[in-house]
Design a protein around this ligand. Structure first.
Ligand code: MG
Length: 256
């Protein structure tokens, strides 16, 4: 009798644990009823946009972009398959807003080197217009570490310097998760993972706030979707092949 009671008790415990595990993961291991992810046709190469990407620039026109100064047309040069910063015409931004995303962008700094430090091939890509991944010619060009190429500007240097020589095309592949706000406070900081020329340089970095020059970062609440900005820092940088895939985030949850 004792054995039967003990066995029944054990069975109940085992089933309870299984039920709890299923509740936590929602799906049992190898659950045949689990929905499959959508099929996405990848690009011809890993640099080409997959079928579900929003192409922001393919070399043919600048329609997805506008001037940050006045919202008018972009004053940058469009040539062959790239656009080039025309210094002093100002930053440009996407007409569409984005939040969390996967972003691919290619850039090239001037082949003829005339300056050094922060003045050498400086630009930047600002996620949500606020969180800068630094673009700089960091090939044998020393500057402060949190301001070299692939740094989250003013916050975190890249894990390694993966810069190619000036004039060569370079890639950033960025996984960005937007910060979440509630009651004017950040409740979930943003994160940044960056590959520079295929090399991991930011590994799920927890963003400390808006990136500034010489000012410590802090968060200021903003909309869920904001334009992507490319910086005119006075150097004729080139950009090509820019595409983005918006990512879904977990719904906002309040603290407590
Ligand atoms: Mg910059």
């Amino acid at each position: 009798m004792k054995t039967i009671i003990l066995t029944s008790f054990l069975i109940i415990i085992v089933f309870s644990i299984i039920a709890l595990a299923q509740q936590i993961t929602q799906w049992a291991v190898h659950d045949e009823s689990r929905p499959h992810p959508p099929v996405v046709t990848p690009g011809k190469t890993d640099n080409d946009p997959p079928a579900d990407a929003t192409v922001l620039f393919d070399g043919s026109n600048l329609q997805a972009w506008q001037s940050c100064k006045d919202g008018g047309d972009v004053k940058w040069k469009l040539q062959d398959d790239y656009m080039e910063v025309v210094p002093k015409t100002g930053d440009i931004q996407t007409r569409q807003g984005f939040g969390s995303c996967q972003l691919h962008i290619e850039w090239s700094t001037p082949e003829v080197v005339t300056e050094s430090g922060q003045k050498r091939g400086n630009s930047g890509v600002f996620l949500m217009g606020k969180y800068e991944v630094q673009i700089l010619d960091s090939y044998e060009n020393v500057t402060y570490a949190d301001g070299q190429a692939a740094a989250v500007y003013g916050q975190n240097p890249p894990l390694v310097n993966a810069c190619r020589k000036p004039g060569q095309w370079q890639t950033y592949d960025i996984i960005f998760h937007a910060p979440q706000f509630a009651d004017d406070k950040v409740i979930k900081p943003g994160t940044m993972t960056v590959f520079h020329n295929g090399v991991l340089v930011q590994d799920h970095w927890e963003i400390k706030g808006i990136t500034y020059h010489k000012i410590p970062s802090h968060y200021e609440p903003h909309a869920d979707k904001m334009p992507l900005i490319l910086q005119d820092h006075g150097n004729p940088l080139r950009f090509r092949n820019i595409w983005i895939r918006p990512l879904e985030d977990e719904p906002r949850t309040k603290l407590n």
